[in-house]
Design a protein around this ligand. Structure first.
Ligand code: PLZ
Length: 444
């Protein structure tokens, strides 16, 4: 059976079957584990989710930047099926297998820089960030980690310490791991002095934060998302990443790019750091890598990663063979279908339409992003920049009612982020943007 590539609603949303499932869920699953839309999915293909009531929902979220090659891409399904029929587990730490090695070779090849590299796998992006921190601490013999305001790095105890936003992620769930520090976010739209090009001031704020509160010689790693994802696709000012890179080199600090959300074609390049030609010491990937099969990775300088002693990293199912097979097929599709070019085209179409909407609707304060990682930030009418989370929620809800997945995000919950599969057709892309425009018209 195939899922027709069209947005079609046959019931009100959520439909009766989703509502029954939701009742069961409320009795069985903690309220902490929420969902953006309580539509229970039966199948998914390309850019469309088919729910249990037969509604065809258009996906502008890709399960948070995961389904970049489209849902159930035949090449990924075939690779997963074949690997699952051979074996699903040995534990790489007990008996190794080729897909792990082949995938490490691929990522060593794809990531920036021609130096010798190694890749280690984990089950998730959070775990991969943890591995990057372990590596940096072992390699430098230092312990301090510098992250950024509004950054997101995961939900484990250490990565929650590195994640900025208290509610909902952290409230009441601490204490968190120590020696994690936060520099001001290079956030042009909200830079406190109002200077739109905040490069100099933001970089100076980083330098001063480290100098005054941490001490350069204490720092093991600087960890940054080259486009800040959960923060609503904040793009640091041009030149910021290169300056950070140079600062890390000057001070013997490991520069870690958390590309879990921004990496692997999403921004129109293999990695978001490629836009500035920046070569991190360690690159963290996850999400789109496995097309939904759980996997995270740290790739980087062999001398840095090999500082960790044998047995110092692992995990029972880390880099399991089915996830590795999915990832190898995913990377093939990304290259074969030139998804970097697709991402750039999607970005142009979306940004163009959203700019038009910004002229029409005063609540749109900024349209920003890179490639197919596009967000709009909503502000209170009249051009002051105070965040408008209620309006953001109203627009998102109007999209949901029309069968379009649109996600609300940002430190003030006043951003809508658009992350369609990179294989989306032109018709569906334009259909989703029409729905969004209608949602603004209804809500604003
Ligand atoms: N680093 C940059 O975006 C995951 C979180 C969804 P995991 N972001 C989505 C949620 O509500 O839990 C993310 C990220 C960046 C790390 C992570 C963590 O990756 O695979 O969710 O552990």
């Amino acid at each position: 059976m195939t899922v027709p590539q069209q947005r079609v609603l046959v019931t009100e949303l959520p439909g009766p079957r989703s509502r029954v499932l939701h009742e069961r869920r409320v009795g069985a699953v903690p309220r902490a584990a929420g969902s953006v839309m309580p539509l229970y999915v039966d199948r998914a293909e390309g850019s469309i989710l088919l729910d249990v009531d037969g509604n065809q929902i258009l996906d502008f979220g890709s399960g948070i930047a995961v389904s970049s090659v489209g849902h159930s891409h035949p090449a990924v399904v075939a690779a997963v099926t074949e690997q699952a029929s051979k074996f699903t587990h040995t534990c790489f730490g007990v008996n190794p297998y080729e897909p792990y090695v082949a995938l490490a070779e691929r990522l060593n090849e794809l990531t920036p820089g021609s130096h010798e590299k190694r890749t280690v796998f984990s089950n998730s992006g959070s775990e991969a960030v943890e591995n990057a921190v372990k590596i940096a601490r072992r390699a430098t013999g230092r312990s301090a980690i510098v992250t950024f305001e509004h950054g997101y790095h995961g939900r484990t105890n250490l990565t929650l310490a590195m994640t900025s936003k208290a509610t909902p992620y952290k409230t009441g769930l601490g204490p968190f791991a120590g020696d994690v520090h936060r520099a001001p976010a290079p956030y042009p739209y909200r830079w406190p002095t109002g200077s739109e090009n905040c490069l100099e001031e933001a970089f100076e704020a980083f330098v001063q934060t480290v100098h005054l509160h941490v001490g350069e010689e204490q720092v093991a790693a600087v960890v940054l998302e080259p486009v800040l994802g959960e923060a609503g696709f904040i793009v640091p000012p041009a030149g910021y990443l290169s300056r950070l890179r140079q600062w890390c080199t000057d001070h013997g600090v490991v520069f870690v790019a958390d590309e879990v959300q921004s990496g692997l074609c999403r921004t129109g390049d293999w990695f978001a750091v490629d836009h500035e030609g920046v070569v991190p010491d360690l690159v963290v990937t996850g999400k789109a890598l496995g097309s939904g099969l759980p996997i995270g990775a740290v790739t980087g300088r062999a001398d840095v990663i090999d500082a960790v002693q044998p047995g110092g990293m692992g995990g029972t199912t880390a880099g399991n063979p089915v996830s590795c097979a999915a990832a190898l097929a995913t990377l093939d599709v990304m290259a074969d279908e030139d998804l970097n070019a697709r991402a750039r085209w999607i970005g142009e179409v979306m940004t163009g339409r959203l700019q038009e909407m910004a002229n029409r609707f005063d609540v749109i304060g900024e349209v920003r992003g890179r490639g197919a990682m596009v967000a709009v930030e909503l502000v209170v009418d009249g051009g002051d920049r105070s965040p408008h989370p209620a309006m953001t929620q109203a627009v998102a809800k109007a999209c949901h009612a029309a069968g379009l997945i649109a996600m609300q995000t940002g430190p003030f919950r006043n951003c809508l982020r658009l992350l369609p599969p990179l294989t989306i057709s032109e018709d569906l892309l334009r259909d989703g943007l029409d729905v969004l425009e209608q949602a603004f018209a209804t809500a604003a």
